[in-house]
Design a protein around this ligand. Sequence first.
Ligand code: KG4
Ligand code: ZN
Length: 339
Amino acid sequence: MSITLLAIESSCDETAASVCRDGHILSNIIASQKIHAQYGGVVPELASRAHIQHVVPVVDQALKTAGRGLIELNAIAFTQSPGLIGSLLVGSQFAKSLALSLNIPLIAVHHMQAHVLANLIEGATDQQKLPEFPFLCLTVSGGHTQIVVCESPTLLKVIGETTDDAAGEAFDKSAKMLGLPYPGGPLIDHYAASGDPLKFKFPEPKIPGLNFSFSGLKTAILYFLQEQQAKDPGFVEKNLADICASVQSRIVSILLNKLKKAAVQTGISSICLAGGVAANKGLRKAFLEMGQACEWTTFIPQMTYCTDNAAMIAITGYYKYLAGQFSALTVTASARACW
Ligand code: KG4
Ligand code: ZN
């Protein structure tokens, strides 16, 4: 029997829906919320309200693009955790109501597992083939920074993670200090392209094992900017590209040095990137170069599968369906949950 599954993602500020049939993505629709830019960050209450407005049209569009009707669905997958609780509640209540009314199974998906499994979407990465198990994944998003060993689609183990800020936060907070609007990560990426990454030196934290820390870097950037601006108030404006390139290069080296350590420790050479920060051009380039030098097989999802999307929820839902991992209608959304 074929499996047609509808997936809904609403963990932060994107309302997304995707239809997948037997593991093939038929549609991947995303409505982004522009309203938060004027506040310098995501405002949870506004995000929840926007999800309520977007969820029906986005699901409708996902079904239409896939050429499927509600009656053809075999299961509903949704992001259960982690994320903003109000935002998660909108997607989860919608998914539960739909599963109940169609009398089909419900599949709760962990957002971070889904970011990793984006690499298992056919045609999503730069490689012809899918990664072989076990593979390592560096997942870098706005709320998480993790190194994960993926033994199978449903058996994943976090072997390293941040002890404070996530890589995305390091980008966004650095951007804020430079007077750039939210989300600043893509803007740092943009300005860094024309800057000199060796112009300014920022420290690499000494964190044992495979864990990360970005709070020291944030403080170092703040003190550096205060000192330079005291001497020259126009410092940031005059040096924006070089500062962005130097900050980006340090964040990238922190990430990749730990990833290399993880590859050596585990002996795994099939290595993936995932999460919103994996859209960063500097990280993608340095990852490919490291992969070549270390003889890894590397996988990088296209931008649309790096940032939040429902196709990654759909592929995870599909594998959970095959593994019989269904949820009761009593399942609740959770801002934080382990997997
Ligand atoms: O995975 P994601 O879309 O949402 C979360 O689950 O958090 O990641 C969002 C994060 C934000 O911090 C954003 O600034 C960052 O990804 N980001 C980037 C780039 N595109 C998105 N950071 C650096 N360079 C980019 N090109
Ligand atoms: Zn995400």
